[in-house]
Design a protein around this ligand. Sequence first.
Ligand code: GLA
Length: 450
Amino acid sequence: MTGDTTGVRKFYLDVLPVIDVRHVTMKTHILSPNPCAHWLMAGLLALGTRAWSADSPTLKDTFKDHFLVGTAINRNITTGTGFRRSPEQVKQDVALVKAQFNQLVAENEMKWAPLHPQPGADGYDFRAADAFVSFGLSNNMYLVGHTLVWHAQTPDWVFAGTNPPPPGVTNVAPRPFADTNAPGTNRFGRGRFGRGFGGFGGFGRYTGPRASREELLQRMRDHIHTVVGRYKGKIKVWDVVNEALADNGTNILRNSLWLEIIGPDFIAKAFEYAHEADPNAVLRYNDYGLENPAKCRKLVTLVKSLQAQKIPVHAIGSQAHLNVAVTFETMDQELAELATLGLPIHITELDVNSAQGGQRSFGADIADNAATTQGGLVSDADRKLAEAYAGLFRAFLKHDKSVEMVTFWGANDANSWRGNGKPLLFDGNSQPKPAFDAVIAEAKKMATAK
Ligand code: GLA
């Protein structure tokens, strides 16, 4: 299972040179139950060690001939200051991001709500997004912007106007948006965000008097031009529309305020505006649950119709918020279906939930998130996670002509929106889990099979 045949990893201290334990060699907790190693590692971590030496495998190097390997990051990492993480932990998180990944996306900072909380040209707050871009550029990362048009995390003012809502929608006055999106967390729940946060679908959705189609298109265009224009040439890929597809039933599109107020062409318009703002940016349609063949077919239908209208859609984003039941076959089938569109495929928000509450479906509706991380971990979670990741990476490698980017939704379990489900390759101390070794082993297997 390990990619390192000696079973040994090297660690070195780089922040406290007074203690000369550079190039300490020892076994990790994964590879050895040695209690001294545990103790030594805990000590090193407490002192602020970096977990990787120059000859440890890294994701970005291991897969460099196949695809970029990225991660979502939060404000802790871009600013170096911790929210719910100690300064030493943040230092470790930053070191992990720099060592392992070559592509970044901001977990929250470029969503409409934090970026443009108030109406109009003065209503933007670029501080966190600018910090993300400068962190990424100064570390030579390939940058992705997420996301321009989405039904969630969009403030009420965007949809507000003077047109009465359709019958059946309770008529309440719009409330100003409050930025409750604390840095370092992405754990949504009804209590935390509540009304006014903006459109989670079944709840929290704005119900007051509405903007007209023209007003909403104008707001969308202004927002997209301002945001994409500001980072032109720096952000290489944009998630232009996020999660527009319906999960169930026969409707292609989910019911959202974008759809209700503008109509189905809100998607085409968003892509056109983004293309005007940066003709060189790769424009992506991004959604979750594409492992479900019925939803995947909806995506294909939607994108084919955009292609027929010559709308500039350049890549497909498959979020891939999965659970430990996922197999090679599931992902293989999804990628084969998506590849029929002839567009690059980006795996955009990869994580594999090991919590019992998250084993029922491959969903990512943020309204359901709290429930999906309940109930403790499944039995034998480390092994199941490693097997699931091995299957996924085997499928990514098989389809590497289409798969150009694989982005994890967080660098380690401590920075995950599904932290309770321990869904990533690195634990909360940035130590590699058996799933990391399994993923590296897949690349080695492929190299030797050639
Ligand atoms: C969706 C969104 C992401 C993020 C996750 C949860 O997948 O696309 O921006 O909010 O939910 O972190």
